[in-house]
Ligand binder design. Structure first.
Ligand SMILES: [Fe+2]
Ligand SMILES: [Fe+2]
Length: 313
């Protein structure tokens, strides 16, 4: 990442003019929560496709939001790196990171725009919404990465997850996935692999050398963020299902049952394996092993067991 920071990047070449092909997946079905619920196998192809499209739109909004928010932490790190006379290539790589994320946010917006069926002439509210108090709190934490390096743990797991979403989606046959989505996943994966490497460097500088109480506090914060927001199919995933049922009135009578199944997905081992595991997020898991403060993540993540036993627990 440091070496590549100054190199020119080739641009994404897709046309944003035509609407999306609604007969194809927008994202690999295995990353959508309801895929892990019994009801999924009973759906028609059309119902599965529309659920898939709405979930992909939700991912576009969610990833775009975090990409913009993380830029605050990364820019704070740029300022510190420059003031401390750190390796100039490191701040150049951080600046490239911020520029990449701004570009990605434009891609997600374009994908969302062309994912609205042309018949829907009313603008739909976003599927990803963050309560304003939580958004303000997050903004304050992200602006202070020295005190709250938990921001870089969140960045690492989200970026590793976005890599896995791309990887799974690219494994589909070419004709099965919407071509613009495919191209964005391909290009995004290329950039994000470098970002994950940079996240590890940020943790090395901002988390590893800190005092044990500060690491413990941040591990606790990160665990809470995972348990409440980043792991279970809660608010946004429910909003997707609500909108999907509103668009598929034949499912209205099963609304309570489907929402109940969605909630149960949060404790499904297969869903956990897809979300956070040594196959989907291997770099984060190996870093959890390294820090004893992170070993208590086994209370939240069904697939995590510290590779090294911790005698202090
Ligand atoms: Fe990105
Ligand atoms: Fe990224």
């Amino acid at each position: 990442m440091l070496r590549r920071a100054g190199e020119p990047r080739d641009a994404l070449s897709v046309s944003w003019d035509e609407p999306a092909d609604f007969d194809r997946w927008f994202v690999c079905p295995t990353v959508t929560p309801l895929y892990y619920a019994p009801v999924y196998g009973e759906l028609t192809r059309g119902e599965q496709l529309r659920y898939n499209h709405l979930t992909a739109i939700y991912f576009n909004e969610l990833i775009g939001y975090f990409e913009t928010s993380f830029a605050v932490s990364v820019l704070a790190a740029v300022g510190r790196a420059e003031a401390a006379g750190d390796d100039a290539r490191f701040s150049a790589a951080l600046r490239q990171f911020v520029a990449d994320e701004q570009e990605h946010t434009r891609w997600w917006r374009q994908l969302t725009r062309l994912s609205q069926p042309s018949a829907a002439n009313e603008i739909q509210p976003p599927l990803f919404q963050i309560p304003s108090a939580l958004g303000t709190l997050l903004g304050k934490l992200l602006a202070r990465p020295r005190l709250f390096p938990a921001a870089f743990w969140i960045m690492l797991v989200l970026e590793e997850r976005s890599l896995d979403i791309s990887r799974r989606s690219l494994r589909l046959e070419v004709g099965e996935i919407e071509p613009r989505y495919r191209e964005v996943y391909r290009k995004h994966m290329e950039h994000e692999a470098a970002h994950v490497a940079l996240d590890c460097q940020l943790l090395e500088r901002y988390f590893a050398p800190r005092s044990r109480p500060l690491r413990w506090l941040n591990a606790r914060l990160f665990r809470t963020a995972l348990r409440k927001f980043l792991l279970p199919p809660v608010r946004g995933a429910k909003r997707v299902v609500e909108r999907w049922i509103a668009e598929c009135p034949q499912l209205a009578g099963r609304r309570t049952e489907i929402l109940g199944q969605l909630e149960a997905v949060g404790s499904s081992p297969d869903y956990h394996r897809m979300m956070y595991s040594r196959t989907s997020t291997p770099i984060a898991f190996s870093l959890f092993d390294r820090f004893p403060e992170m070993h208590a993540l086994d209370r939240v993540l069904l697939c995590y067991a510290p590779a090294v036993k911790d005698r202090d627990r």
